[in-house]
Design a protein around this ligand. Structure first.
Ligand code: HXC
Length: 517
């Protein structure tokens, strides 16, 4: 007794046909250009042999005009489940060699089936986008397919992490599926993402532009802020996916993958004290501070080329996964503006929904002054940040390094805005506004009437700074938890994380707040 050979032959024949997608020639042509195929991307992501493909024998909906006699095995997308470093991941990878990776009805159904499963089992979704967009021959069936995918992106949002890799074209409405996900990685050289391309823009508006200006990884990483990471090539994109996932839980009811050491290292780090400039006027590169605080200097900076006046990213501190938000005084003096507020607010909300504690490093002179900022809606954008911090119920640990002025002090997770603990360096200046500005408002007459106005102003500034900005003033009023030496920062954060990880906070039940988007 044994299964008849022809059954197995037929299966193997079908498997072999599906695996070559649009044909060996097309696959080879991509590889020659140094571009991965859809299956190469899947193979790079998963532990060898762990990928279980779904829908390998799918074909397109043949009822459409011009497609009746065609075969599109897999319907242009490889979907399935596999393991990566022991964790279950759902992934789909569009196959450009099959009808340009275009999205038809069955292609969409395969993606939706996968996302429904990811939602049920609570595993992250990784999407490799490489597609000509809606399959034109399938008309509104493909439009409807996109709608169903977008709906799943939103359903899954906040339950499991979603990571999109843009590895080829991603144009028009198709760009909204990655845009609805949590992180977007674009691959240098082979990817573009745009709603309207240069030809359409010129035809409609008369404006001339290049694809590089509107749709390249560089444009999205540094100008539009639409994406989070740029990869050098396909392999690097997968490396970034893995790195990112190493900090994330598989779903919103799990803790992130902390790696508690047997014994915490609470020794002081004297190098940190050397990083603090002698005067408040000299900027301090906060990245250097972050790298000394986090384990092995291993910091995954998110959106590092956009809104650089704020730094956000993932790291571990004594093994505990944290989301770090820090003003960067080396850029725009560390002021908060429209883009940096958007960047921080989104990151804070992501961390909150996936149980990742927040560590905030404050050195902020205020919100950025300017007509463009006011007219651009800095009030609305800054409010997002205030909202995101106040609404976050994960552990919130704030360290005030130097300046913490006015509304920006509140926006950087002060105790009044719900921080669990707030520590300040002795160099911290916590005040309703900077000493120079305050003195100008309060003592204009005294300064102009003085024999030596400059000396008088300097004297008043020093006096104001000591009386009103000192961290000990804030400590007196119990606005901060304690004043610490910079060398104690790493140990202080580690201890605070350890004690706040068990934090549970309940808020009034509601559908959702109305964040000023
Ligand atoms: C059907 C498509 C297709 C599509 C590509 N192909 N895009 N078939 N529907 N959308 C097919 C091509 O006909 C070709 O088939 C094969 O895929 C490879 O395409 P090429 O054009 O040869 O490749 P390349 O020169 O690399 O150009 C890639 C491209 C171009 C820039 C993406 O194919 C392109 O402009 N495609 C159309 C893009 C588009 O207009 N999409 C629809 C947008 S509307 P053969 O058989 O010759 O190999 C939309 C609305 C979505 O997306 C709304 C959702 C909300």
């Amino acid at each position: 007794m044994a299964i008849k050979k022809h059954y197995l032959d037929e299966l193997e024949k079908r498997r072999a046909a599906a695996i070559v997608g649009g044909g060996e020639d097309k696959l080879e042509a991509r590889r020659k250009k140094g571009i991965f195929t859809a299956r190469d991307r899947i193979a790079e992501l998963f532990t060898a042999g762990s990928f279980q493909e779904w829908g390998m024998h799918a074909d397109h909906d043949c009822s459409h005009f011009g497609l009746e006699d065609k075969v599109f095995l897999t319907d242009g997308v490889v979907t399935g489940i596999g393991t990566m470093e022991g964790r279950t991941i759902a992934a789909f990878s569009q196959d450009f060699t099959v009808c340009g990776g275009s999205l038809g009805r069955i292609h969409a159904k395969k993606i939706c089936n996968l996302m429904d499963y990811a939602l049920k089992v609570g595993c992250p979704v990784v999407a490799f986008n490489d597609s000509g967009g809606a399959r034109i021959q399938e008309g509104d069936d493909s439009l409807s397919g996109y709608g169903q995918v977008f709906f799943r992106n939103v359903l899954v949002s906040g339950v499991v992490p979603q990571i999109a890799v843009i590895a080829g074209p991603c144009a028009g409405g198709a760009a909204y599926s990655p845009a609805l996900m949590d992180f977007i990685i674009m691959v240098k050289g082979s990817s573009q993402m745009f709603i309207c391309g240069p030809e359409v823009i010129q035809a409609v508006t008369g404006q001339k532009c290049t694809m590089d200006e509107i749709g390249s990884p560089l444009a999205h990483a540094s100008v539009s802020g639409n994406i989070h990471f740029v990869a050098e090539n396909d392999a690097d994109a997968v490396r970034l996916v893995k790195k990112l996932l190493s900090f994330l839980p598989s779903n919103n009811v799990m803790d992130p993958p902390h790696q508690f050491p047997a014994q915490m290292d609470l020794s002081p780090d004297l190098e940190l004290e050397k990083l603090v400039p002698e005067t408040a006027k000299e900027p301090m590169d906060v990245l250097k501070v972050i790298l000394r605080i986090v384990d092995q200097g291993d910091f995954l900076e998110v959106q590092k080329d956009w809104a650089k006046n704020i730094v956000v990213g993932f790291a571990r501190i004594q093994g505990m996964v944290t989301g770090i938000i820090a003003n960067q005084p080396a850029v725009k003096a560390g002021t908060l503006d429209i883009d940096s507020a958007d960047k921080a607010a989104r990151f804070i909300r992501f961390c909150n929904v996936f149980n990742i504690p927040l560590v905030t490093l404050v050195d902020v002179p205020g919100f950025m002054p300017g007509v463009a900022q006011e007219r651009g809606g800095i009030i609305r954008h800054g409010a997002k940040m205030l909202f995101a911090y106040a609404a976050a119920t994960v552990p919130k640990i704030t360290i005030i390094l130097r300046k913490a002025y006015g509304g920006a002090y509140l926006a950087m997770c002060s105790s009044d805005m719900g921080a669990d603990v707030v520590y300040a360096w002795p160099t911290a200046e916590i005040a309703v506004m900077g000493a120079e500005g305050a003195v100008k408002v309060l003592f204009r007459r005294e300064i102009t009437g003085a024999k030596d106005p400059k000396a008088k102003e300097a004297e008043l500034v020093a006096d104001y700074r000591e009386k009103f900005c000192s961290p000990y003033e804030a400590a007196k009023k119990a606005m901060i938890t304690d004043v610490i030496r910079p060398s104690e920062t790493r140990a202080t954060i580690a201890m605070a994380l350890r004690s706040t990880l068990s934090k549970r906070e309940t808020r009034p039940a509601k559908k959702h707040g109305t964040i000023p988007l």
